[in-house]
Design a protein around this ligand. Structure first.
Ligand SMILES: [Zn+2]
Length: 464
């Protein structure tokens, strides 16, 4: 007997290999897997006696969305780093903030982050790396979502890009040892919902030894390795000053590119770096809202349309709350709209491509495409339902168009991950939302005090 029979969906956007869109669609779920998908009338005879029957009338159904780059540790930093350069954003605001966070603060930051991701339809995320990956995994275990965790690694205390806070300082050996411990301990935990990868956080602050050995470890453990790459003019220049080459060129020379390498941002790339990325079949993540918030120039300089044209896996990431939006639905419009604008070309980012970025391409980036990223029999049951009984979805001629150009995560109605209902009719099933807000309110005065940012971030207009 099926556990869940989702029926009468107005539209199911499957993102399967044929990219089928079903009307009057249905999905049958047993345990953590989809066992059947098709027309309601065809599946009804076999599955209408499922333990749970859910009407998806008035709903558009998608694979659970995949956020390929999010700093769970930055969730308590929304508003702490507005109107600053890329260099100041990291070295004067975010790194000092993150360096001061306690284990408990990391836990609640992760919890608030997952709350926002889930409410906006995300079932899988790649945490960009932090210093408490245990806490990220704990949050994922408790909430029922799926993720990739990584321990951050950097071993050059001072680069032309900036100096690291004390909390981040590690020798190469310490960084390697701790990163390997995290993969050994967390990879595959929580019923396989957590996977653990390696990460070097920034190319200018990572030594040749660190980069090459983390890539070797990722190969040995059959897992991935991720890094921020070419996200601002300053990082490219810092890399040239220290190492004589640009960032991706440096990775190529070190033998550190490959299909298990996830390059985040990759905006400031030269034509020969584009060729390296293609030749090594690297994975790429576009993070439009953070580039727009921080003026990184990734959309102006970026080659996302070209990478997509090459057939590379290009995913989408919301990056962090400290640049505002943590809503992959809005990121879809931002990446489409920004490239149309800067290229003066309305067809450079078709909405179908953008939906692929948030689903199947995200799964490819997470090295998880055999199980997630599309709605197909045999795949994991990760499903997001949008409520079309909202102005942003009306009128509805083409659900792909509405999804990319007008919807926000606020229209996500129901979320299923690994066959479990995590949100139904916007009611969260595994999280106590009010408790999270209480804990955040309790923690933020201490964060303001220790980061000493109160004066810098207060409203510019008089407060009465
Ligand atoms: Zn990032």
């Amino acid at each position: 007997m099926a556990d869940i029979f989702l029926r009468d969906a107005d539209w199911i956007i499957t993102v399967d290999p044929q990219r089928r869109i079903l009307t009057d669609g249905a999905i049958a779920i047993e345990g953590d897997r989809i066992v059947a998908i098709g027309k309601t009338k065809d599946l009804e005879p076999q599955y209408s006696s499922a333990r749970r029957v859910i009407s998806a009338r008035g709903r558009v159904v998608l694979p659970g969305l995949i956020d390929c780059h999010i700093h769970t540790a930055f969730q308590l930093a929304r508003g702490l780093a507005d109107e600053v350069s890329a260099q100041k954003f990291l070295f004067e605001r975010m790194y000092p903030y993150e360096g001061l966070l306690t284990e408990e603060e990391n836990y609640w930051s992760g919890k608030l982050c997952v709350l926002e991701l889930l409410r906006n339809g995300v079932t899988t995320f790649i945490d960009s790396g932090n210093y408490f990956p245990d806490q990220t995994a704990r949050v994922v275990g408790e909430t029922g979502v799926r993720c990739v965790v990584a321990k951050s690694a950097m071993d050059i205390a001072k680069s032309p890009f900036g100096a690291l806070p004390e909390r981040f300082l590690e020798t190469t050996e310490q960084a390697l040892e701790r990163a390997e411990e995290v993969v050994q301990k967390l990879n595959g935990c929580h019923g396989g919902r957590v996977r653990a990868w390696f990460q070097f956080r920034g190319i200018p602050n990572s030594s040749d030894q660190l980069v090459t050995r983390l890539k070797e470890l990722a190969d040995r453990y059959h897992t991935g390795v991720q890094t921020h790459a070419c996200f601002a003019k300053e990082t490219v220049e810092a890399c040239k000053t220290s190492f004589g080459v640009t960032e991706i060129e440096r990775l190529e020379r070190l033998g550190a590119l490959g299909p298990n390498v996830l390059l985040v941002h990759s905006g400031w790339v030269s034509p020969h770096e584009v060729e390296f990325v293609r030749a090594h079949n690297c994975k790429i993540v576009a993070a439009p809202s953070s580039s727009l918030h921080n003026a990184y120039g990734d959309l102006l300089m970026g080659k996302i349309p070209e990478f997509l044209e090459m057939g590379l896996a290009v995913g989408l990431g919301s990056d962090h709350a400290s640049s505002g939006i943590v809503d992959l639905v809005q990121e879809m419009f931002l990446v489409a709209g920004a490239y149309k604008e800067v290229r003066l070309n309305t067809s450079v980012m078709p909405p179908e491509r953008v939906v692929e970025m948030a689903t199947i391409n995200g799964a490819r980036c997470a090295l998880w495409e055999n199980e997630i990223g599309s709605l197909e029999a045999g795949k994991k049951a990760d499903v997001t339902l949008f409520n079309t009984r909202m102005p942003q979805w009306q009128p509805l001629y083409n659900p792909v168009s509405n999804l990319v150009y007008s919807a926000t995560g606020a229209s996500v109605d129901t979320v299923i991950c690994d066959g479990k209902i995590l949100m139904e009719g916007r009611q969260l099933q595994t999280m106590d939302e009010e408790e999270i807000y209480r804990q955040v309110a309790r923690l933020i005065p201490g964060i303001l005090q220790k980061t000493k940012l109160e004066e810098k971030i207060k409203p510019k207009w008089p407060i009465f």
